[in-house]
Design a protein around this ligand. Sequence first.
Ligand code: GTP
Length: 361
Amino acid sequence: MQAVVLVGGEGTRLRPLTYGTPKPMVPIVGVPYLARTMERLFEAGIREVILAAGYMPQAIVDYFGDGSRLDMEITYAIEQEPLGTAGALKNVEQHLTGPFFVLNGDVLTSLDLTAMMAFHRQAGGLGVLHLIRVEDPSAFGCVVRGADGRIGRFVEKPPQGSEPTDEVNAGTYLLEPEVLQAIPAGRNVSIERETFPQLLAAGKPLYAYVTQDYWIDLGRPEHYLAAHRDILSGAMPLRLEPGLTGAVAQAKHHSVRLFAPVHLDPDVQIEPGAEIGPNVVLGRGCRIGAGAVLRDCVLWEDVVVEAGALIEEAIVASRTRIGRGSVIGRGSVIGHDVEVEAGSIVAPGARLGPGTPLPIP
Ligand code: GTP
């Protein structure tokens, strides 16, 4: 079985993080998200992966190469112009030899791909879509199905209160090659909005695979932080790199107040009197000054937090420096290589890119 992972999006909602790092390379507890996806594919016995990329592809190629390090075979298809979620599949048609998985490159889920393959073999049809139940379906693509799982219609982002179902498209598909015939070549095509509805209109059977798995779309900063909280609490099972948690970190960093859960790379330095946690992830090379307070935040690599700074509910990308005594408001997202001057008050929800603070869309 082959898999196509869609990793071509610009990740605008994660800006400014995605100015320096394409979304699939954004770290999830220190490991690029796409590496975690590769691990899931490997565990399901999939060795041939096609990465449909477009935005900042070099960072992806540099990290994964031809896949041999992972015992996998990776083919890259780099789009000059974004082809959309179906156009990206049409673009790799020549590499596909049979039924294949399609994975949105920004969904974190505990979905069992092997079980989904078994479901497809049993259900038949042109493809299977993973569905998940959510509390507010109005923000998603609703998928209406019959008791036998056969999909009846798609309703994209219905107004609140008029949702036909709480089951939504969770961004993992298992498709037969015949689906590719329904996608026009050479232009941007959306699989959710065009291809799937067209297949239904033509009477082609698609089936829903509904599970209760952990599932979150990492594409928004608040979801990214929520995913980290869920990983640290164990709600989302994920194998973590060796790191310091709770008591171990306490032993290494004397006179640091730690509130579990936390995950600290072994290569972090924390000065006395700092207060870390709960729900804090510190990447390799981070340095935290005396008396700094960090809660509910994810700091990537080589972030320097000077003495007495306060960071709450925020994401800070690599090599950024938070000056002495600064206060980073809740919901802030700070990009790579930013210098936050000592004593700054960063407003809640701010998005700061490199150089001067920018209003970022
Ligand atoms: P936003 O700009 O924040 O909406 O993020 P995004 O550009 O990643 O878009 P979205 O989250 O809707 O995309 C869902 C998935 O499809 C992500 O994994 C994207 O990388 C991927 N994707 C979206 N558009 C394209 C495209 O034109 N080509 C390819 N290859 N992948 C795409």
